[in-house]
Design a protein around this ligand. Structure first.
Ligand code: NAD
Length: 331
C-alpha cells in the first residue's frame, strides 16, 4: 500500500511529490526498468525464463485483469503454467488473455460471490484434472475516511472483497488440492498487514486479518501437502495506487505521476517495487522450489516495515561500545 507513513511527511506532503514539486531531498529517482503500468505490459518485458518453474501446473489468478495479477498471469504462463484469469473487468481481462495466448484463459468472477469462485476453481480443475496454484490477487482500496465516519456498507464491501473473497478462494481451491494432497495457495497482503496508518482502516483490517487466515489454514493444510502463503508488497505503480492518490487529491493523477510517486517513496535509491517483482515472488511461492514454505508472510517492502521512519545513524562509523555506567570501550 501507499507509503504515506514514511518520514517524508504527511499525506499532503506525499501528494506534493505526485504533483511534481519534488525537493532536492526528495529528488526523483530513476524508475526500475521493470516498471510498468496496468495491464498494458508488452510481452517482451518478460524474458523467456531459462527454467520453466511452473511447467505442467494449472493456476487460478484472481484480479488478473490488471496490475499485479495481470503481470502474474503473463509470468506464470511464461513459466509453463496454464492460467485461469479471474476478474470482473471483462473489458481488460478478456483481451489480455487473448494477447497472452495459449496457456491463458479469462473467466468472469466476482470474488464477493461464492458461486463465481466455485465455478473458477471447477473450471481450472476441469482443464487437466488438477488445480495446483490459487493466487488471490483481487483487491480494492475500499472505504475511506475517519473511523467515526465509517460507512458500514462500505466497510462490509471492503471486507467482502479483500478478506471474504480470499477466504472463499482458499475454501474452493482446497476442495481440489486436499484430495490431490498437493497445491500452493497465495494470498495478497500489504505492508498494511503489519503496520497501521499507511492505508484506510477497512483496507488495513482486511489485509491484517489475512495473516490469521494463512497461519490458521497452513496448520490444517500441511496434513494434506497443501501450502498457503502470503505476499505483502509496499507500493507498486498500478491502477490501485493511481486511484488511491486520486481519492486523496480529488483530482486526476496520471500514470506517470503514479509511477513517480512510487519511485520517490521507494526505500531503495535506484529502483522501485514493480508488479514484476511481486509476480516473481509469486512464481517462487507457487513453484516446488518453495516446497517447505507455508504459513509465511513474505514482505516485499525492501525493509520499509522493519524500522521506524527517519535517519538511523548507528551504522555510520565505528564507535567504542557502551558498558555499565556509560563507560565506553574495552580498554
Ligand atoms: N499496488 C499496490 O501498491 C499494492 C500494494 C500492496 C498490496 N496490493 C494488493 O495487490 C492486489 C492487486 O492490486 P493491484 O495493485 O494489481 O491493483 P489493480 O487495481 O491493478 O488490480 C486489482 C484487480 O482486482 C480486481 N477486482 C476488484 N474487485 C474484484 C472482485 N470483486 N472480484 C474479482 N476481481 C476484482 C480488479 O478488477 C483489478 O483487476 C490487491 O489485493 C491489492 O490490495 C497492492
Amino acid at each position: 500500500m501507499l507509503s504515506f507513513c514514511k518520514s517524508r511527511g504527511s499525506v499532503l506532503r506525499a501528494l506534493s511529490l505526485v504533483l511534481n514539486t519534488s525537493t532536492a531531498a526528495n529528488k526523483c529517482k530513476p524508475c526500475h526498468p521493470n516498471s510498468n503500468f496496468f495491464h498494458r505490459f508488452n510481452s517482451s518485458t518478460i524474458a523467456a525464463p531459462k527454467l520453466k518453474r511452473l511447467d505442467g501446473k494449472v493456476a487460478v489468478i484472481t484480479g488478473a485483469a490488471s496490475g499485479i495479477g495481470a503481470m502474474a498471469a503473463r509470468l506464470f504462463v511464461a513459466h509453463g503454467a496454464r492460467v485461469v484469469m479471474a476478474d470482473i473487468q471483462d473489458e481488460l481481462g478478456l483481451p489480455l488473455s487473448e494477447e497472452i495466448g495459449d496457456g491463458a484463459e479469462y473467466i468472469h468472477c466476482d470474488v464477493s460471490r461464492e458461486e463465481d469462485i466455485a465455478a473458477v476453481a471447477e473450471k481450472a480443475y476441469s482443464l487437466e484434472g488438477h488445480l495446483d496454484i490459487y493466487y488471490n490477487s483481487a483487491g480494492i482500496l475500499g472505504a475511506l475516511g475517519s473511523i467515526d465516519q465509517l460507512k458500514v456498507n462500505e466497510y462490509d464491501k471492503t471486507l467482502t472483497v479483500n478478506l471474504r473473497g480470499t477466504v472463499l478462494g482458499v475454501k474452493h481451491a482446497t476442495r481440489f488440492m486436499k484430495p490431490a494432497r498437493k497445491g500452493s495457495i497465495i494470498c495478497t497482503g500489504s505492508i498494511a498487514s503489519v503496520i497501521g496508518g499507511c492505508s484506510p482502516h477497512a483496507y488495513c483490517i482486511s489485509k491484517t486479518a489475512l495473516t490469521g487466515l494463512i497461519r490458521s489454514a497452513a496448520v490444517e493444510l500441511r496434513d494434506f501437502g497443501v501450502r498457503i502463503n502470503m505476499i505483502s508488497p509496499d507500493a507498486v505503480a498500478t491502477s490501485f495506487v493511481k486511484y488511491a492518490l486520486e481519492s486523496t487529491t480529488n483530482s486526476p493523477v496520471s500514470l506517470e505521476e503514479t509511477r513517480q510517486f512510487v519511485s520517490d517513496f521507494s526505500v531503495f535509491e535506484n529502483r522501485a517495487l514493480t508488479a514484476l517483482d511481486v509476480a516473481q515472488a509469486a512464481v517462487f511461492l507457487a513453484s516446488d522450489e518453495s516446497g517447505f514454505i507455508s504459513g509465511h508472510n513474505l514482505m516485499l517492502d525492501g525493509s520499509s516495515t522493519v524500522t521506524r521512519p527517519g535517519r538511523h545513524n548507528w551504522f555510520d562509523a565505528y564507535s567504542p561500545m557502551v558498558r555499565e555506567g556509560g563507560e565506553r570501550g574495552l580498554d
